[in-house]
Design a binder for this molecule. Structure first.
Ligand code: 3H9
Length: 700
């Protein structure tokens, strides 16, 4: 079937678009649609329906075409052709009408949607704004305030909500085509006009004073320095203040500025990186997956509870195993409290909360896990304890059950060796808070079977996570890279920086949280306890944990004890600098024989980010990550790396590997030979003037 097909059903012309997988508006689709509308003007049809084949209505512009020379017809020309049709055009929406797809629907004179459909303008997530009239037509239908929210959030809304906002004219329950045909006949019968959204006037007097300025300020707090959000507000302001055509021209100018920005390039990189990460090299496409209908979780602490919520939210029943009834009750209480927080924010109804909670049942008995399809162990980070759990699981669970560990550092093969089924053992590393963070590291043991890997990747989608495959090594991808990053943060402290300086450098650069504050959030005792189980060699250079050790011994465990590297306001949890900590740092520097000096913000930023990149290069070369973009996904979705910088490896390519390499060599000579050995892959690519991305394209 060609991309666009036209047929007459009685006196209605039906235009069907077919451009799998998501009916993106490629050049062929735009041309076909433009021609179909034009041709239909002269036939016997009295109204036109625009319908899509496959799983969804148009999902937007074809993102792969961005950055390439534009090809006619432009989307705006197609849209004008639709809007100028002298016969009513009705969009029939199923799946998702997103971005340019929804803009096509807005150009139609009427819009029907299946009840299950969603509509939205998610361009902001790609560092863009709706560039085909979305910012001008949406406020004309939904009102300016609702349009501001919809477009600056970028989150799709249900058909029902869209109907209540005047964006959809009729919600159809069952058969979309027959429902839309009925609607079309009604329009013809009542001689309904070709109702053009552009002709609707917005009365400037109806806009509350200061609306745009207030909104800009609030938005800036949430989107820190990004271009697209502020430009969206300017477009909506133009929709109020300028005639339609001038508003469109303004939108186009600002769209192009966004499209050319490094921010949008980085976010588009991540869009594809996230999808590429689900493709596992060497795994045949037809690798079977196992159905996961029920799950067991070992450990009802913060992590286990958060993991349980993911499954309950997806409708999968969970058995939560703890050592005692008291432990079960306290675990379930925390889960219930988390659901209540979502309820208070209006994200959950009372009924949903009750339903989710009913799906999580506590137990103290391994025999109750006999029939579950997957178990995830989330007990304390200790090899002997984990092996004991896996031996019990091996004895209690059915042979084909997948046994997963949520370990963040330990050897999956050693854990698997405690079972008689290492092929069914895998790492599923969730990130805290596990019910919120998008990343799931899927760790492949030496013996993990292909169907186990493919099941994990598919399962991630079911529970709304972004999976990345990692090899089995100490810390896998994310935490292995975090070690040198945190090491540099600690060394900068000893050498002269303050906690506040380090965190503010990293946060103003875009990290969700600086490394010192992250330590306080996670709890300094966690690392302290983990270090107790290690040999001196494994623990590494004492300089990298001497400050933390002193703080833990003083009872300063981080946020949970009210103080760590910072003090925390008991009411607001705001962090407060603490001179006592500065004195501890100075004393430790003296013990370590380090003379403190003034450290520049640039040095802090480079030492921390280049430490990540260097280890990332080692991880690529030894195959722990499949590709550089996978590392980017790990850091953005698991570690708060700024999305608009695309992830550490993308960032490195952008600033130039030669520059990164030279700086690392300089650190090696000036700071420490042991810490700053340049990764051989980085050295090679820097010499060749190449990038991680082209290395991935060429050879892997
Ligand atoms: C825009 O419209 C700008 C306009 O305002 C102005 C223009 C002038 N283009 O996500 P999936 C691919 S900006 C090209 O796994 P799902 C995707 O890479 C756009 N390719 O499926 C993947 O390829 P592969 C605004 C696209 O069912 C495959 O389709 N629109 C596009 O989980 C399947 O994708 C958006 O931002 C695209 N637009 O989710 C919507 N979209 O198989 C972006 C997808 O090779 N898309 N692909 O890996 C989505 O949010 C989801 O794809 C969707 C389906 C919800 C539609």
């Amino acid at each position: 079937m060609s991309a666009v097909h036209y047929e007459l059903i009685g006196n209605i012309g039906v235009i069907r678009l077919n451009n799998p997988p998501v009916n993106a508006l490629s050049q062929a689709l735009r041309e076909g649609l433009w021609g179909a509308i034009k041709n239909a003007q002269d036939d016997t049809s009295q109204a036109l329906i625009l319908l899509c084949e496959g799983r969804t209505f148009i999902a937007g512009a074809d993102i792969t075409e961005f950055g390439k020379p534009p090809q006619a017809p432009a989307l705006s020309e197609v849209i004008t052709e639709i809007e100028n049709s002298h016969k009513p055009v009705i969009a029939a929406i199923h799946g998702t009408a997103l971005g340019g797809g929804f803009e096509v629907a807005l150009a139609c004179h009427y819009r029907c949607a299946l009840a299950s459909a969603k509509i939205g303008l998610p361009e902001i997530k790609l560092g863009l704004l709706p560039g085909a009239g979305g910012t001008q037509r949406t406020p004309r239908l939904a009102g300016v305030e609702a349009a501001l929210e919809l477009i600056t959030r970028g989150t799709p809304i249900s058909a029902e909500k869209a109907e209540s906002m005047n964006l959809i004219d009729r919600v159809i329950e069952n058969d979309l085509l027959s429902g839309t045909l009925t609607y079309a006949h009604e329009l013809i019968q009542r001689n309904a006009p070709t109702r053009r959204v552009r002709d609707i006037c917005i009365d400037p007097a109806s806009i509350p004073e200061g609306l745009f300025d207030d909104f800009r300020q609030r938005l800036e707090k949430r989107t820190r320095g990004q271009l697209a959000p502020q430009h969206i507000v300017s477009c909506l302001e133009a929709a109020v203040k300028l005639p339609f055509e001038q508003g469109l021209a303004k939108e186009l100018d600002l769209f192009i500025e966004c499209l050319l920005s490094s921010e949008s390039a980085a976010l588009r990189h991540l869009f594809f990186a996230e999808r590429t990460a689900t493709k596992i090299k060497g795994l045949p496409k037809d690798t079977p997956t196992r159905e996961i209908k029920s799950v067991g979780i070992i450990g009802g602490g913060t992590m286990g509870g958060g993991i349980a919520m993911n499954f309950a939210n997806a409708g999968i029943p969970v058995k939560l195993l703890e050592v005692s009834q008291t432990a079960i009750e306290s675990g379930l209480a925390v889960i219930s409290k988390n659901y209540s927080i979502s309820m208070n924010k209006g994200r959950l109804t009372e009924g949903q909360k009750a339903h989710f909670l009913s799906l999580i049942q506590g137990t103290t008995n391994y025999s109750e896990l006999a029939e579950v399809d997957l178990v995830i162990e989330a007990v304390f980070e200790n090899m002997a304890l984990k092996q004991e759990v896996f031996t019990k699981l091996d004895q209690s669970c059915k042979p084909e059950a997948i046994l997963a560990t949520n370990t963040s550092f330990l050897d999956i093969d050693q854990i698997a060796a405690a079972t008689s089924r290492p092929e069914n053992v895998i790492g599923l590393h969730f990130f805290s808070p596990a019910n919120v963070m998008k990343l799931l590291e899927v760790v492949r043991g030496t013996k993990s079977a292909d169907p186990v890997i493919s099941t994990a990747i598919q399962l991630a989608k079911t529970i709304n996570k972004t999976p990345v495959l990692a090899g089995n090594c100490y810390g896998f991808i994310g935490n292995r890279m975090l070690l040198p990053y945190n090491r540099e943060a600690q060394l900068c402290l000893l050498e002269g920086a303050t906690p506040e300086q380090i965190d503010s450098v990293m946060e103003s650069w875009g990290m969700a949280m600086g490394p010192i504050a992250v330590g306080d959030l996670a709890g300094l005792d966690i690392g302290f306890k983990a270090r107790q189980g290690l040999s001196d060699a494994e623990r590494g250079d004492p300089k990298t944990y001497c400050i933390a050790d002193v703080l833990v011994k003083m009872g300063r465990l981080g946020q949970k004890s009210g103080a760590g590297y910072y003090r925390y306001d008991p009411e607001t949890r705001a962090r407060v600098n603490d001179l006592e900590v500065l004195a501890i740092i100075e004393a430790q520097a003296e013990i370590q024989g380090i003379k403190r000096r003034k450290i520049s913000n640039k040095e802090i930023l480079e030492r921390l980010t280049f430490a990540l990149i260097n280890e990332g290069a080692n991880i690529l070369e030894d195959g722990t990550a499949q590709r550089p973009s996978d590392i980017d996904v790990v850091y953005v979705y698991g570690y708060g790396f700024p999305a608009h910088r695309g992830g550490p490896m993308y960032y490195a390519d952008n600033i130039g590997l030669a520059k990164v390499y030279e700086s690392i060599c300089a650190f090696h000579d000036r700071l420490s030979e042991n810490c700053w050995t340049p990764a051989p892959l980085l050295a090679r690519l820097a010499r060749e003037g190449s990038t991680f991305a082209s290395w991935a394209d060429d050879s892997h």
